[in-house]
Design a protein around this ligand. Structure first.
Ligand SMILES: Cc1cc2nc3c(=O)[nH]c(=O)nc-3n(C[C@H](O)[C@H](O)[C@H](O)COP(=O)(O)O)c2cc1C
Length: 352
């Protein structure tokens, strides 16, 4: 176990919000809502699995909550899917818009079936009051220690809401109510340094960096947006340098909270790069869990790659030459391989 300022992880590799839905398939043979790759990896091997962002009420968002699609309706489903998620150069553009079954149904249907996982429950709302009610629900349904953390999504583009206007109120009211450690997910499009400082002030246990980057694609022939919401969130390879920049800038600004890095991570070297930049854990998102339809045929191979990645990060963590290298409070023992904050990134590279 690694303890990041109270956030207990089985190892330093976690999964990013939503890519594995609610952590379990809908039924034994219905993977709906879960990346098909998930069936090839034991999810309990992850440091933690983060749920899709849950709201107080069920939300269709820009997709659908229907689960009873008949085979002859599949073209309509695929069309909806294509308006919520598109492959772009070096990444993915999505606008699901918090399409989710709601927090009560999650706790009724999925929480009991995922007890073998270490879980991070992601929640999202549009006011401090909603966040307080979400926290109250998690408190009522999960005992302390039963989940690793609650993650506040106050940074999503796809719901078209000015989250910056409510962030301080949310943190000042909802964090202290939580019986579980709180993670704050940061957007590279907002003032993330200021938000990290607010997180420190109001008792947030750790940061998750980064959420998707606001993007747009249009059909070049018609000018019509490819996504239903017009704008979407860009993820994957294309945003890895942005994620690294955000993590590094947070550290350069003296932010001490643990950071879970997410943004374009695909392999062990990506994890190492984020650790060098200052991250304490690496989160696998779209580069690992999404593929064009034909790509899902390579599921068993992908499963092996993911397991190997986890093993390599665990071995890296155990490497005695790295132990104590990073004595920042809450960093989980400094095994992530980063030198003290006073040493700049260039010197760190020389120390490799
Ligand atoms: C299809 C899709 C759905 C996502 N849904 C959520 C969500 O519900 N809540 C959230 O906080 N982040 C969500 N994200 C953002 C990811 O958790 C992650 O922060 C982001 O994609 C950057 O990491 P990546 O480049 O490794 O995918 C979503 C990303 C994708 C691709």
């Amino acid at each position: 176990m690694i303890d990041l300022n109270g956030v207990r992880l089985r190892n330093r590799v976690v999964t990013s919000s939503s890519l594995l839905g609610y952590g379990a398939p809908k039924g034994r043979f219905v993977l709906y809502g879960l990346s098909p790759f998930a069936q090839w990896v034991p999810l309990e091997r992850f440091g933690a699995v983060t749920t899709r962002t849950l709201s107080l009420e069920p939300r269709e968002g820009h997709f659908t909550l229907r689960e009873d699609w008949r085979p002859n309706e599949l073209p309509a489903l695929f069309k909806k899917y294509a308006q919520a998620l598109r492959k772009t150069d070096g990444g993915w553009l999505n606008a699901f818009g918090w399409s989710n079954i709601g927090i009560e149904r999650y706790f009724a249907e999925y929480f009991p079936r995922t007890h073998h996982l270490n879980r991070i429950v992601s929640v999202g709302g549009f006011s401090a009051e909603e966040f307080c009610r979400l926290v109250d629900t998690v408190n009522a349904r999960a005992e302390p220690g039963e989940i690793a953390a609650v993650e506040f999504n106050v940074s999503c583009h796809n719901v078209n809401f000015p989250f910056e206007t409510i962030l301080e109120e949310v943190l000042s009211q909802a964090v202290r109510r939580s019986k579980h450690p709180v993670l704050l997910k940061l957007s590279p499009d907002y003032d993330y340094l200021a938000h990290a400082r607010l997180a420190e002030r109001y008792g947030v246990a750790g940061l998750v960096a980064i959420n998707t980057v606001k993007g747009l694609r249009l059909d070049p022939r018609t000018g019509e947006p490819l996504l239903k919401n017009r704008y979407g969130g860009l993820s994957g390879r294309a945003i890895k340098p942005i994620g690294l920049r955000v993590v590094s800038e947070l550290r350069e600004a003296g932010v001490q909270l643990p950071i879970v890095a997410t943004g374009g991570i695909r392999n062990f070297d990506d994890c190492r790069e984020y650790f060098w930049a200052g991250a304490d854990a690496a989160s696998l998102g779209s580069e690992v869990w999404l593929a064009p339809y034909w790509g899902y045929a390579f599921g068993p191979l992908r499963g092996l790659q993911i397991l190997r990645l986890i093993r390599r990060v665990e071995a890296y963590d155990r490497d005695p030459s790295r132990r104590g290298a990073w004595a920042r409070p809450g960093s989980g023992g400094g095994a992530a391989g980063r030198l003290p904050a006073a040493v700049g990134p260039a010197q760190q590279l020389l120390h490799r």
